[in-house]
Design a protein around this ligand. Sequence first.
Ligand code: FAD
Length: 446
Amino acid sequence: ATVDVDALVRLLGDVPTEREPTIVRRRSRDFFWYSPILADALKHVAADIIVRPRDEADVIRTASACAKLRIPLTVRAGGTGNYGQAMPLAGGVLLEMTELTGVVWQKPGSVRVRAGTNILALDQETRPNGYELRMHPSTKRTATIGGFVAGGSGGVGSVAYGGLREPGNILAARVVTVEEEPRILELRQDAAQKVNRAYGTTGIITELEMPTAPAWAWIDVIVAFDSFAEAFAAGRDIAHADGVVKKLVTPIAWPIPGHFVSLKDACPEGKAILICMIAEPFMESFEAILGGRGTLTYRAPSREEPGETPLYEYAWNHTTLQWLKTDRSITYLQLLYPHDRLEESVRQMAALFEGEVLPHLEFIRFGGRVTCSALPVVRYTSPERLFEIIRLHEEHGVMVANPHVFGLEGGSRHKRAEADQLGFKAQVDPMGLLNPGKMESFVPVR
Ligand code: FAD
């Protein structure tokens, strides 16, 4: 359907907009090109206009205008999602949230923040008081807190606290509905899960209340091992050591570290590595647990200021990015290993896909158990083979969150269902204008 942009602009009044086609097209993209399948399927996607709300009143005005004119509205923040989460499949408005910033209040253990706040900036506000977010995506330096809650799942810190889906990891969300007279809803505790990883299909988040954790001086460490099995075993021992405060435990198989160009000296030829972030007072315990296994090749305070690269930018989804910088022939998967057969299952998959699916694990807590999620690098040959690899993992009891589909349902099969995102959508977006095409099972109610 054609969008009446002039009528929209009249209704928006002084809300800032951008209509220059090259800018609109560029902002209509995210890291979808990570997937060769999505790179092809979504390359023509573009919004008709960008709207940049300055405050919640502007968000409400935009939501109302879109509802009156039946114009699709897709929220975008840092634009770092990697399955086209923020790409406006049906055109319309791209609502850029990056001006809605700032801490509303903070106290020991929690912070209330506007959704467009950059995650590093948020930590910089709470750190002087001794607190930081419990977890962040490896895109911390570019992503927003709203984008993380709406598009992400967990990351650096999940080895201690689990993912965003764990009770207590999102305290509350303030949401604007898309109706001619938009409402503001405060979702607390489990109700806040209705916006978690819903790709902005279940309301526009304007504020979040997030739990915080004690802020430590983090030490970035790399340990090199002769084999991936040894890196895995050491990582498991660190992940299980409840007395050692840690934020990242990441075993990576060779040849992946061979693509970490700026870490060349810390990644010896042919060696698997274990990347960790350990709280400074626990470095001695960390080394005691290693007990002489492996070679410590890197140790430095984690630095996030411009010009520095914290080691977490080699972990989570950044591992694949480091390789993609020089070679687009590879892609990746997102896996969750069974906690009760972890070692056996990791070994089985490594053997089954030797040389084709290259292991990169992330130790996490999931439902209170220590297990591994994984973002292995896959040598890409064809869509058919990629889907076969996915099927074989599932047949062996490894869960796959398929990053090669843009729809919510196809992508996140292990997402909790009880928050009832589908039913909630009917209340907050009855016409189905929010990010159309992403929640495929939704049928507009009016
Ligand atoms: P965007 O990409 O702009 O948006 C993400 C989704 O959220 C979209 O569907 C958008 O519509 C929606 N959205 C954004 N803001 C709002 C709002 N205010 N209200 C409603 N909906 C909204 N993810 C992880 O979970 N963990 C990781 O460690 C991780 N590492 C990554 C590494 C790389 C290199 C890349 C490219 C991606 C990674 N991701 C990771 C995915 C992504 O970076 C995160 O999900 C990130 O937090 C998204 O934030 P953003 O501000 O860029 O959001």
